[in-house]
Design a protein around this ligand. Structure first.
Ligand SMILES: [Zn+2]
Length: 267
């Protein structure tokens, strides 16, 4: 893994509190934590709770206790996405003013035969008077976007090929792509270290950073931890929560270090 050459480093771990951390999330947290500490940088924690129905009460506390139990001590105050609505609204206004966001009344069902949302509302909502989501004009922002992934190397992607992603949902809730870009900028994040399942979100995020005049962090995407059947380890496919007794913590840290291609001492 190439070490970045810079002095100021601020990384973050940004879990969605939809359940306790599992081995996959431990690897992401540990990878990001160690990268920050190796660079004598700061490591922040952000709770991505913009979608309350997906976030059972107490899950965020459980995650914070798990991080503490695993020795992953964070710097500064924890940031909570549910408190950032004003910042997201300002960012959306900025995009609207540039013609880079538009209202869309379509439902997923209407465009289910298409791989991506076909942009039907780009020149006016299809069903005026209906509730609308706000989407990104991915065809009008910077394209293609390029970055040097610290693990996966040179990346060139056209955000328009990924479609006009939702920025604010019909129910008024903020969507991940907008929230993460605003939060990374507001927290001064210089380095994003996260699972490769988010690599194909990065083109939208780079495009949004350019449109909003934000600095662009460096990116390092980590290989995913998969089950024996090759499925991503996730809450959806019932990955077990991390065990929290001292012996189990040591074992799981050892395994996570191995998964990060490190060579931890066996005793
Ligand atoms: Zn539409």
């Amino acid at each position: 893994m190439l070490m970045p050459s810079f002095t100021a480093y601020r990384g973050r771990f940004a879990p969605t509190p939809s359940g306790p951390l599992h081995m996959g999330s431990l690897v992401a947290a540990l990878g990001s934590y160690l990268d920050a500490r190796a660079a004598q940088g700061e490591w922040l924690v952000r709770i991505e709770n913009i979608d309350p129905p997906r976030c059972p009460l107490g899950a965020a506390d459980t995650i914070l206790h798990q991080l503490e139990a695993f020795g992953l001590h964070w710097d500064g105050n924890i940031s909570w996405q549910h408190q950032q609505g004003e910042a997201y609204a300002q960012a959306l206004e900025k995009l609207k003013a540039q013609g880079l966001a538009y209202p869309c009344s379509c439902s997923r069902k209407q465009w289910r035969d298409h791989a991506i949302y076909p942009g039907w509302c780009r020149n006016g909502v299809q069903a005026p008077g209906q509730p609308v989501a706000w989407r990104l004009r991915s065809d009008l922002g910077q394209r293609p976007v390029n970055w040097q992934d610290r693990l996966f190397g040179s990346q060139t992607h056209d955000p328009a090929e990924y479609g006009d992603v939702v920025l604010q949902r019909k129910d008024g809730l903020w969507a991940y792509q907008l929230a993460v870009v605003v939060d990374d900028a507001h927290q001064g994040i210089t380095d994003v270290v996260r699972g490769i399942d988010l690599l194909d979100n990065t083109p939208w995020q780079r495009q949004l950073q350019v449109a909003l005049g934000y600095p662009q962090p460096r990116y390092l995407h980590l290989p995913l931890v998969v089950t024996q059947e090759g499925q991503k380890l996730s809450k959806q496919n019932l990955a077990p929560a991390l065990a929290d007794n001292t012996h189990a913590i040591r074992q799981q840290l050892f395994k996570a270090l191995q998964l990060l291609d490190q060579s931890p001492p066996s005793s």
